[in-house]
Design a protein around this ligand. Structure first.
Ligand SMILES: *[C@@H]1O[C@H](CO)[C@@H](O)[C@H](O)[C@H]1NC(C)=O
Ligand SMILES: *[C@@H]1O[C@H](CO)[C@@H](O)[C@H](O)[C@H]1NC(C)=O
Ligand SMILES: *[C@@H]1O[C@H](CO)[C@@H](O)[C@H](O)[C@H]1NC(C)=O
Length: 302
């Protein structure tokens, strides 16, 4: 029993120790799941370049809809067992100390929450289907029996309502040293029109802001002013454990906002790393990173 308690305390301390030990060193978060040609999850983590992986997307949920996951060409989650192999990748990542989250939302889909009860029902579904609840061998777990580290909110459509409730319900499942991480990917205009209220719960561990597709707050044609000003506003306004600079991994990965790696490492990172909340860089996506080599170019400076 004593041994078990010490083990739990150790798990709880780990995130804090790793941050003090590596002050001002960040990690790279990457989105995986929306292109079948980006390699497996296990291969993504085996590159050694990523500290966090978001599996995208649970793109249908809420308001009476049966939740649905899409993993593009990787596998078809609607066929029982077809994506169970993803569990091997989740465990392979977690063995390397890489946190793996499920992203709900995205730019294409059908989702909204109709009430607090709807938010609570979704939290129960997420807990039983992807996190530590429910029966591990249940056929209703589309990613198999592995337990994800948390839920990432990329709410780009519909209404802002009840995501604050969802976050509170999800966080309440953090028990016995197994923290349920809550992360989010707001757009850079502050405050985010859809995620703002949820962020105000102050329950987010990591917030990876999308500094793209939004000219007023992104890098453009040699000018870093808008991006850096926006970073300062976010880091002084949002209460989260760590804040990340979200960027497209290649020019074609977003409509606008691609930031050349030398601008990032030479001009932007030296400024934003001064923030005590700096957590690193988020990239959309593993597929585009494979095409550009972006993460390899920036890793040593992140
Ligand atoms: C929430 O789940 C309960 C139990 O399954 C169900 O009776 C209720 O209708 C659900 N509420 C909503 C808003 O979907
Ligand atoms: C699921 O796990 C339970 C408890 O470990 C076990 O009794 C049951 O036989 C398993 N069911 C399947 C379908 O593997
Ligand atoms: C960069 O953008 C800012 C804000 O739009 C503007 O005030 C500034 O003049 C620009 N700097 C240069 C060198 O173009």
């Amino acid at each position: 029993m004593a041994g078990k308690l010490i083990f739990i305390a150790h798990l709880l301390l780990l995130p804090f120790l790793s941050h003090t030990a590596a002050a001002n060193r960040g990690g790279i978060a990457v989105y995986w799941g929306q292109n079948g040609n980006e390699g497996t999850l296990a291969a993504t983590c085996a590159t050694g370049r990523f500290s966090y992986v978001n599996i995208a997307f649970l793109y249908i949920f809420g308001s009476g809809q049966s939740p649905r996951l899409n993993l593009a060409g990787h596998c078809d989650p609607s066929i029982a067992g077809a994506c169970n192999f993803v569990s091997d990748g989740i465990r392979a990542c977690q063995r390397r100390g890489i946190r793996v989250f499920l992203t709900i939302g995205g730019g294409v889909g059908s989702y909204s929450l109709s009430s607090r009860e709807d938010a609570r029902n979704l939290s129960v579904y997420l807990w039983q289907t992807f996190l530590g609840g429910g029966r591990r061998n249940s056929t209703s777990r589309p990613l198999g029996d592995a337990v994800l580290d948390g839920i990432d909110l990329d709410i780009e459509l519909g209404s802002s309502l009840y995501y604050d409730n969802l976050v509170r319900y999800l966080k309440s499942y953090s028990i016995y040293g197994r923290r349920v991480f809550i992360t989010g990917a707001p757009q850079c205009p502050f405050p985010d029109r859809l995620l703002g209220a949820a962020l105000n719960t102050r329950l987010f561990d990591f917030v990876w802001i999308q500094f793209y597709n939004n000219p007023p707050c992104q890098y453009s044609s040699g000018n870093i002013t808008n991006l850096v000003n926006s970073w300062r506003l976010w880091t002084s306004s949002v209460n989260a454990r760590r804040i990340f600079l979200g960027l497209p991994a290649a020019p074609q990965a977003a409509g606008s906002g691609f930031t050349p790696p030398d601008v990032l490492t030479g001009q932007i990172l030296p400024l934003i790393k001064r923030s005590p909340k700096y957590g690193g860089v988020m990239l959309w996506s593993k597929y585009w990173d494979d095409q550009s080599g972006y993460s390899s170019s920036i890793l040593a400076s992140v």
